[in-house]
Write a protein that binds this ligand. Structure first.
Ligand SMILES: [Zn+2]
Length: 479
């Protein structure tokens, strides 16, 4: 969870030494409340366009109602608060200045009751009320923020510009440990005032900690890069929880109503943005499929799909070329690779599963890999041009080239029927029976749909204990 400052392109006027609404302390600020709201509004458009809004009116209303109850308990009840559920599988929540709060469908799956949802929303509201982004903006310069923004929109001239990209992650400002602790404490305060058990905050943080422990480097949620270790935060927030509990009369957790609300939401990739199935990638809307080398990790990012050999350097990328230039597919290929700074070693026209293509070998330099050799195919399908490229450091290229070529040859159009058969996995509810284990429940979902550890974590369990018979559980149902 983080406060994001996307592109604050405001004419900055100095309104020095305002009072911080959440702390009551004076603070130096370059931004008035009107400017803060305008910045949020402007960037909200970008977030919605980049990430997409999850299409579920009832759920969005539920989140808004929950968020508004918390915001009313905050020091800034009159901000124009907005709560949006973005259509991304990443486990995240974030805020823009001026009262714009976002929660991903990915994190909703891992929250286990309403008090935890209130904890996450309260934390983000806390970033806004304490004006953390505004403070950071005041400390940094517009130019720096401009750079942060610039790195996300891959200019077409540099298709390999951001191999390490993780969606909008690069745009997020890093919050300090103190800002995070403060947001956690404000979340506790708002939740308790609005009638939720404030212990939802440390329980939600415990779940985030378990996710962190269980992840390898692939799929590490964005917030991990910007937030202090969850275990530390659990410790730090305990005193605030005890204090809030002492002063409150009736506090609810509301697990069952929460589970009912999220029953059926999409889990993992949405077919409209392409889905990963094992080492294959399929796109319902663009109607194609490709098989990456067996056993590789496939990551479906906002602008490209990246497949990586576990523990190795070679990788493959797949992306759609925006506004391809050139009369023929050969022109398009050579021009785009040269513009990206790569030298053509050889290449020729080819037909891949009935599609016109240009397959070439290129050399150049990439930031993380040094000197690289690339096997790349520019493939035309309908009016789109896709680039499928295998990239390896020069010394490692020969060994992995056959795998690159095999993958490139697997690119294929899908029939309408095949495309429509790609359904998203979704969350379902299940009551545990005698003898059930996370492993047995995971196996029932189908191969590779969900891991046993993931099921344990999303149901607020430590990975080494087992479900209790009769316990109501979230499970993943294959599409
Ligand atoms: Zn945060």
């Amino acid at each position: 969870m983080k406060t994001a400052c996307l592109s604050i392109a405001l004419a900055v006027t100095v309104t020095a030494c305002a009072t911080n609404p959440a702390t009551g302390k004076p603070q130096f600020s370059l931004m008035s409340e009107e400017q803060e709201i305008a910045a949020g509004q402007q960037n909200d458009v970008e977030v919605r366009r980049e990430m997409g809004v999850y299409d579920d009116r009832a759920l969005e209303e539920y989140i808004t109602t929950t968020g508004m109850r918390l915001a009313q308990m905050s020091e800034r009840p009159n901000l124009p608060w907005h709560f949006t559920m973005v259509d991304v599988p990443a486990i995240n929540a974030f805020a823009l200045p001026g009262g714009y709060i976002y929660i991903t469908r990915g994190i909703l799956v891992f929250l286990d009751d309403e008090s935890q949802l209130a904890g996450v929303l309260g934390h983000e509201i806390g970033h806004v009320t304490a004006r953390h982004a505004v403070q950071q903006y005041s400390k940094s310069t517009g130019a720096e923020l401009g750079l942060i923004l610039g790195s996300i929109f891959v200019p077409q001239a540099r298709p390999f510009g951001q191999l390490a990209e993780s969606g909008l992650g690069l745009l997020f400002l890093k919050n300090s440990r103190d800002d995070e602790a403060q947001a956690d404490q404000l979340g506790v305060k708002y939740a308790a005032r609005a009638g939720w058990d404030p212990a939802g905050v440390p329980r939600m943080l415990t779940t985030l900690g378990r996710i962190e422990e269980a992840s390898d480097e692939k799929g590490v949620p964005n917030w991990l890069a910007t937030h202090p270790a969850p275990e530390d935060r659990v410790q730090r927030v305990q005193a605030a929880v005890q204090q809030a509990e002492a002063g409150a009369t009736r506090l609810v957790t509301d697990r069952d109503p929460y589970l009912k609300r999220i029953d059926g939401i999409v889990y993992g990739d949405n077919p409209e943005q392409g889905v990963v199935r094992g080492s294959s990638f399929l796109h319902r809307h663009l109607r194609f499929a490709i098989d990456f080398p067996t056993g590789w990790d496939v990551n479906n990012g906002q602008t490209q799909v990246v497949a990586k050999e576990p523990g190795g350097k070679p990788l493959m990328i797949l992306q759609e070329l925006q506004r391809p230039q050139g009369r023929t597919i050969e022109d398009v290929a050579l021009l785009s690779m040269q513009r990206a700074g790569f030298r053509v070693v050889n290449g020729g026209q080819a037909t891949i599963n009935g599609l016109a293509a240009f397959v070439g070998t290129y050399q150049g330099t990439l930031q993380d890999l040094g000197r690289v050799e690339i096997r790349g195919a520019h493939i035309m399908q309908d009016r789109n041009v896709f680039l499928v490229a295998g990239i390896a450091p020069i010394g490692a290229y020969d060994a992995v080239e056959p795998a690159f070529s095999q993958s490139i040859r697997s690119f294929r159009p899908l029939t309408r029927g095949e495309a429509e058969a790609i359904r998203p996995n979704h969350v379902g509810l299940y009551t545990a029976r005698d003898g059930d284990t996370w492993q047995s429940i995971a196996e029932r979902s189908g191969k590779g749909v969900v891991k046993a550890t993931t099921l344990a974590i999303m149901n607020s369990h430590a990975v080494n204990d087992q479900p209790r018979p009769g316990e109501r559980l979230k499970i993943v149902v294959a599409g």
